[in-house]
Design a protein around this ligand. Structure first.
Ligand SMILES: Nc1ncnc2c1ncn2[C@@H]1O[C@H](COP(=O)(O)OP(=O)(O)O)[C@@H](O)[C@H]1O
Ligand SMILES: N[C@@H](CCC(=O)OP(=O)(O)O)C(=O)O
Length: 387
């Protein structure tokens, strides 16, 4: 249920951020670099002062900051954003120096140390690296440090990049089980259409994260500085809700926005988490934005997975797509190619091709031995999660 600005709900409700102890704050490229002109040091100082105030209230904050590429372009004196990946990566490497330096200086004013964390999709997809990233972040937070997170743009390729930091902010929210994700951008929040080209767009003050109506509202990115636009913020809210995280989308130009939100004031668009919360293992599986292969299921197997909460058996598989090994994450698709879930598969693609369509008791005869009766065990699978 959407609530437009000025409704009674926005007048009486208290911001979800008030009850949050652990927060992820994400700031977008346009905001950090003053629409691509170079790091906005006054804005960085303002956010740092607010985060310092939250620290004094006993809250823990992780800052996900974009802006490396935009700042690198300025530092390198390039007239426009390049399109070649290697040039974007070079710009990110140069600009990231400026970003972390600006945050370090700004937080030092308040006696707070910062730490640089550069993550890739692979770091979150690999179970050991995922757990390591989580334990490092917890350690830093307990030490009173503000981790400054960005995607490790210099080592990623097009196929594996997260691409926008809204998604990264949500994944970090899941990783550390933050209660709130605050996405600061150059708009006051979410409108019913892109306010830059639709003057009739209405402001949305409250909605439920994951409400499909929201996805219709997002236009493209507002400038050539930011990448995601609103759709990535809406999907990030849906993803953050997987671990119970509420999302607020608000303007980074709003005076004292973080402190006021933490004091309970409703500012921007609040997207509340009301989805069932996933287990830690399911969240890790959902954070795999890429899969190694796919298995196509017949209608009965799709129903068993989605309605029956059952494991996937070889008998329900009609086709195997791609090459994968035992233990890889594969997607489960239906006859039309729609994905219904994904999980850790117990057999390689070659073995799966040999046993598909067969009952489990035949596996040992066909392969010579049977490691597991299920192709994907229920505990290693996540079904109907946000894509
Ligand atoms: N429904 C919408 N409501 C608000 N902004 C929208 C909407 N659809 C598209 N946008 C655009 O999304 C832009 C913010 O996304 P983006 O430029 O990626 O910023 P950031 O760098 O902060 O992530 C806004 O400037 C706006 O033009
Ligand atoms: N990792 C990239 C950020 C990607 C990006 O542009 O994100 P955003 O501005 O948040 O839409 C950078 O630091 O330039």
């Amino acid at each position: 249920m959407l609530s437009f600005y000025g409704s009674s709900m926005s007048d009486t409700a208290q911001s979800v951020v008030a009850d949050s102890h652990r927060l992820v704050v994400k700031v977008g490229s346009s905001l950090v670099t003053n629409q691509g002109k170079g790091i906005d040091r006054a804005a960085v100082a303002h956010w740092s002062a607010q985060i310092a105030q939250l620290h004094r209230q006993g809250k823990q904050v992780v800052l996900v900051s974009s802006g490396a590429i935009a700042e690198g372009i300025v530092r390198l004196g390039w007239p426009r954003r390049p399109t070649a990946m290697h040039e974007l990566q070079a710009a990110a490497a140069v600009g990231q120096m400026g970003l972390v330096q600006a945050y370090e200086v700004a937080f030092a004013e308040h006696g707070i140390r910062t730490a640089q964390i550069l993550l890739t999709h692979e770091d979150l997809a690999d179970r050991t690296r995922y757990l390591n990233a989580r334990s490092t972040l917890y350690t830093l937070l307990n030490l009173g440090v503000v981790p400054i997170v960005n995607e490790n743009d210099t080592v990623i390729t097009d196929e594996i990049r997260l691409g926008d930091n809204d998604t990264l902010g949500a994944l970090v929210t899941n990783l550390i089980e933050a209660e709130s994700l605050i996405i600061l951008t150059d708009q006051a929040g979410l409108y019913s259409a892109d306010p830059r080209n639709n003057p009739l767009a209405r402001f949305i003050s409250h909605a439920q994260a994951g409400d499909p109506e929201l996805e219709q509202m997002a236009g493209g990115a507002g400038s050539n500085v930011g990448t995601g636009g609103m759709i990535t913020k809406i999907l990030a809210a849906k993803r953050a809700a997987n671990s119970g995280g509420h999302t607020v989308i608000a303007s980074g130009h709003e005076p004292n926005v973080l402190v006021r939100l933490a004091a309970g004031e409703c500012i921007g668009t609040e997207l509340r988490a009301e989805l069932p919360i996933q287990s830690a293992r399911q969240r890790w599986l959902s954070s795999h934005l890429r899969v190694r292969g796919k298995v196509r299921l017949d209608a009965g197997a799709v129903k068993a997975l989605t309605d029956g909460h059952k494991s996937l058996l070889a008998i329900g598989v009609t086709e195997v797509l791609g090459d994968f090994n035992r233990g890889d994450v594969v997607a489960c698709i239906d006859a039309d190619g729609k994905e219904h879930g994904r999980g850790l598969i117990n057999y390689s693609s070659a073995d799966t091709r040999r046993i598909m369509g067969e009952p489990s008791h035949r596996i040992a005869d066909i392969l010579g031995s049977m490691s597991d009766p299920e192709l994907i065990h229920r505990d290693n699978m996540v079904v109907n999660y946000p894509l």
